[in-house]
Ligand binder design. Sequence first.
Ligand code: HEM
Length: 537
Amino acid sequence: MATSSLLPFPSLQTQLSSSKNPVLLSSTSKTTYRPPVRFRPIIASVSERPQPITVPEPDAKKKLPLREIPGDYGVPFFGPIKDRLDYFYNQGRNEYFKSRMQKHQSTVFRTNMPPGPFIAPNPKVIALLDGKSFPVLFDLTKVEKKDLFTGTFMPSVELTGGYRVLSYLDPSEPGHAKLKELMFFLLKSRRDHVIPAFETSYGELFDTLEKELAGRGKASFQQVNDQAAFNFLARALYGSNPADTKLGLDGPKLFGKWVVFQLGPLLTLGLPKVLEELLIHTFRLPALLVQSDYQRLYDFFYESSGFVLDEAEKLGISREEGCHNLLFATCFNFFGGMRILFSNMMKLIGKAGVKLQVELAQEIRSAIKSNGGKVTMAGMEQMPLMKSVVYEALRIEPAVPLQYGRAKRDLLIESHDALFEVKEGELLFGYQPFATKDPKIFDRPEEFVGDRFVGDDGERLLKHVLWSNGPETENPTLGNKQCAGKDFVVLVSRLFLVELFRRFDSFDVEVGAAPLGVAITVTSLKGASKGKGKIGM
Ligand code: HEM
């Protein structure tokens, strides 16, 4: 498999050593070349040097018809509000896109994206809803990604200490490479702590779930997962146990509030419609209201991350800016992503049924057994079904489903059926679940097929798995916008399944709605091992 490796974070070496993308370190007009950083050798999984992700220009010989982009933005002010109500309440997100796709008989069309007035003065986008047009969003020769992480509006920088954090920076900005290098440094220097911290934190999670099930007959996955995920990140990345600090167990709660102040304009919280429209979709919530909560998180990160902040200073980043970025990457990018992703996996594997679950348990336990009873990176490479299930979960329900890019110049965009002209400055928007469920790319696209990515044919499909803001076969670099935590996310998702199935043969869940992701209630955990790794070993 192109991106598989026996070693943690295989892409880090190539990320940091592209001679085609020299790391430009400068916040002034004088640009200095920084030689590639060399770490202890780790095997990179791709032999070539990393190339920028580009989408070939449309092939004139194929003669796809040139079509005007269908759709319109409606009457100013009212059009965007009507679309917002359709998106959140009248139709819901999937139907919002599906109905317009059918109406225009096109996977590329013009529409508004929420929130619109008054938070986002310009909600106009060109939607890309198929797996062929979507990847233009990764091609930085064609699109700019400045301030587009959350789409047509950007949350106040007061929510991040006055800084535009890395996720909002375009690679052409001087701060981008330095901050991304800091993220790679963090992940690289803590790699040996990941498996032990995961075993501790998720061991606690499964113990708690078992106790709650024994007492009440059911248990909320979200609550225990929030605490386990936060503890895991603090232990793995910073060597700190939140419970032993002033933060105590408040991390997930403080994060939950802070995230609503940032993403509120894109969420429904289950409040009455009128209240939600006024409170979170029309005006910004004042950042001041969450300042003291944010300060508590900041203090925790500042006290725990001294070794990373020392490195930040060496890279020319102030300790303060470094800390706000660490907080954002750990809490928003990762903790936020992990709570959605793990709940999705519980839902998808829970719904897939006992057969898949038992196969996973057998594969996982037998590989652990042949590795001396230990969970290791090498051992996880011998679990093809487990690896495929992780990719399938990332394909079918990408945790960050909305991506944006602004056309840097006049472009031609190609869907399966037509070519479309886009003008410089227009905002392109991709709804990823439609691109990764494109029936022209995947068989049975709507179905969760656990072994979809097993074998050579399966692995060839990995280039169409796009959750990390890039194909699964590509790697994040200092010069692109692919998720800095790509390998880390795949690793912890694998660890999650390993910990789950080394303990349990099968499980059942009930699925409910939640503002971000889904709410999972565990109703049974069967074959409890009374001590991990005992069953079948
Ligand atoms: C389930 C977990 C995660 C998901 C689903 C996820 C997804 C994404 C996506 C889709 C983007 C691109 C957004 C865009 O520009 O449109 C992104 C960027 C980013 N992610 Fe992740 N991510 C996750 C975990 C992590 C982790 C563990 C880190 C830790 C360092 C991380 C750090 C970043 C950073 C720093 C960026 C910005 C990259 C850049 O500016 O070049 N993410 N992530």
